[in-house]
Design a protein around this ligand. Structure first.
Ligand code: FMN
Length: 290
C-alpha cells in the first residue's frame, strides 16, 4: 500500500532531463524491491489465466557505458527501468504490463524520483541488449529513466509537453458519467459512496497515457442490488490502448484501497477493453436501498 496515493498521483509527471545524480544505496534497494512488487490480490482477479507476469529490470549507466538510445528525448539519466514481456503480446498481458509498470512508477515517485514512460522514443535493440544483460528475458516494450530531475527543462522537453498538452487532463464530466436518472444517490450512505467513487475516478483522470490520449471512459449506475462501475476504452485497438488502460486500472485499484472501497470484477473483456466492477465499501456492503 502507498503512504498517500492521491498525493503521489498528483506529484508524478514525466521528466526528460536529469541531473546525473545516482540515488543513494538505500533508495536503490527500495527501487529494486519495487521492480518485484507484482500486483495486489484485487488486481490479480483481472487475470485468472495469465501465464507469466511482465518482468522489470534496472540498469545503471556508468561513465564507461554508452547509454541506450532515446533519440535525444532523455538526457542525463543514470538509471533506466526496462520492462519486457514473454510470449505473445496478448491484450491481457499488455494490460497487466500497464498496471505493473505504473505501480513501479508510483513507487519511484514515492521515493522522490522522477520518471518518464517511454513506449516509442527508445532504441529497441540497445535496450533489449541491456535488458538481457541484466537478466531479463522477453521482449522489451516499455522503458523509463529514473533519477533526479535537472533544475531546468530543455527546449525539446518543453516542446514535447506543449505538443500533447501534458499538463492538462480532460474534465471529469467529459470522462465519467453517473446515472442520475433515479433518486439512488439521495441517502447519506449513497452520497458517501458516490463521493468515494468520484475520488477514485479522479485518480484515474490524472493518469498518464501515451500522447496524453486519456482513452478511458467510465459510467456509474445502480443495478438492482449493486453499484456498478463500468470502465471502457474509446480505442481498444490502439497501439498503446491496453497499456494505457492498465495504467488507469492501477490508479483505480490503488485509490480504491486507500478509500476503503472494494472492486469486484463482474465482467472483463480484453477484446473491447471493458472492465465492469461492483463497488462496495470494504467495511460494510452497500445495501439494496441505496
Ligand atoms: C504507454 C505510454 C507510452 C509513452 N511513450 C512516450 C514516448 O515514447 N516518448 C515520450 O517522450 N513520452 C512518452 N510517454 C509520456 C506521455 O507523453 C505523458 O505521460 C503524457 O503526455 C502525460 O504527461 P505527464 O506524464 O507529464 O503527466 C508515454 C506515456 C505512456 C503512458
Amino acid at each position: 500500500m502507498f503512504q498517500n496515493i492521491y498525493q503521489i498521483i498528483k506529484q508524478r509527471k514525466s521528466y526528460r532531463t536529469y541531473s546525473r545524480q545516482i540515488p543513494e544505496a538505500s533508495v536503490m534497494e527500495k527501487l529494486k524491491d519495487a521492480t518485484e512488487e507484482g500486483m495486489t490480490e484485487q488486481m490479480l482477479q483481472l487475470f485468472p489465466s495469465m501465464p507469466k507476469l511482465p518482468d522489470i529490470k534496472l540498469i545503471k549507466i556508468t561513465g564507461e557505458t554508452v547509454p541506450p538510445s532515446t533519440y535525444g528525448v532523455i538526457k542525463g539519466a543514470c538509471i533506466y527501468a526496462i520492462m519486457g514481456i514473454s510470449g505473445n503480446n496478448s491484450k491481457q498481458l499488455l494490460t497487466a504490463s500497464g498496471i505493473l509498470f505504473e505501480r513501479f512508477i508510483l513507487r519511484a515517485t514515492e521515493l522522490g524520483l522522477a520518471t518518464c514512460w517511454l513506449g516509442g522514443t527508445f532504441g529497441k535493440s540497445t535496450f533489449q541488449k541491456a535488458y538481457i544483460k541484466a537478466g531479463g528475458n522477453g521482449n522489451v516494450i516499455i522503458v523509463s529513466p529514473v533519477g533526479y530531475p535537472a533544475s531546468n527543462m530543455r527546449f525539446i522537453e518543453k516542446l514535447m509537453r506543449t505538443l500533447v498538452k501534458s499538463t492538462s487532463r480532460k474534465d471529469f464530466d467529459a470522462l465519467f458519467k453517473f446515472d442520475d436518472s433515479s433518486d439512488i444517490w439521495e441517502t447519506d450512505e449513497a452520497k458517501l459512496i458516490k463521493q468515494q467513487i468520484i475520488e477514485i475516478l479522479e485518480a484515474v483522470r490524472l493518469a498518464p497515457s501515451s500522447r496524453n490520449s486519456q482513452p478511458w471512459r467510465g459510467r456509474v449506475y445502480n443495478d438492482n442490488t449493486l453499484v456498478i462501475l463500468d470502465i471502457n476504452c474509446i480505442n481498444p485497438d490502439g497501439k498503446f490502448a491496453c497499456i494505457d488502460m492498465g495504467i488507469a486500472l492501477c490508479h483505480l485499484f490503488e485509490a480504491a484501497t486507500a478509500t476503503e472501497l472494494s472492486l469486484t470484477p463482474l465482467n472483463v473483456d480484453y477484446k473491447t477493453l471493458n472492465f465492469r466492477f461492483s463497488v462496495t465499501q470494504r467495511t460494510k456492503p452497500v445495501k439494496k436501498t441505496l
